[in-house]
Design a protein around this ligand. Structure first.
Ligand code: FES
Ligand code: FES
Length: 169
């Protein structure tokens, strides 16, 4: 396979807004947002396939889930990025989705979960009360090899009810 070779001068500082903080990295022109995030120690963003197939690397940009492996780091400049760690609850409370995933036993090996929670938040941003079928469609780009998805759907349903009741704006 032909690989591009970059010299050090091709690396340019790229400043990203990640979970409300400015972080700078020296990035080659083809560094993906996923690579940048993990270089910056955001290991909560997982790397599964690097092809847009698994959803493990999903982050929120403008409230919408984006596969960070499919986006160049420099393309994310000026676009606030939210990872799983940036999803917080009110005050000391955990974010309703994170809490529900734990309470409903929706986590097994956990590898898919950061992307799954991000995709769930993205879906709830558009549709606060999705049906099971809408959840299947909304999470169609996120693969889980462990749970069989039903507990994930249970968790999203519980979180949606809490968010609906004012658990988070
Ligand atoms: S690592 Fe990005 S979609 Fe699989
Ligand atoms: S919990 Fe293991 S891949 Fe989803």
């Amino acid at each position: 396979m032909l690989k591009m070779v970059y010299v050090m001068t091709d690396f340019k500082p790229v400043t990203l807004e990640i979970n409300g903080r400015q972080e700078t990295i020296a990035a080659s022109p083809n560094m993906t947002l996923l690579e940048a995030l993990r270089e910056l120690n955001h290991f909560e963003v997982k790397c599964g396939c690097e092809k847009g197939d698994c959803g493990a690397c999903a982050v929120l940009i403008d409230g919408e889930a984006v596969d960070s492996c499919l986006m160049f780091a420099h393309s994310a400049v000026g676009k606030p990025v939210t990872t799983l760690d940036g999803l917080t609850g009110n005050g000391d409370d955990q974010h309703p989705l994170k809490k529900a995933f734990v309470e409903k036993g929706a986590i097994q090996c956990g590898y898919c979960i950061p992307g799954m929670v991000i995709a769930a938040q993205s879906m709830l941003n558009k549709n606060p009360n999705p049906t099971r079928q809408e959840m299947r469609e909304g999470l169609g780009g996120n693969l889980c090899r462990c749970t069989g998805y039903n507990k994930i759907f249970d968790a999203i349903e519980a979180a949606a009810a809490e968010l609906d009741a004012g658990g988070r704006d």
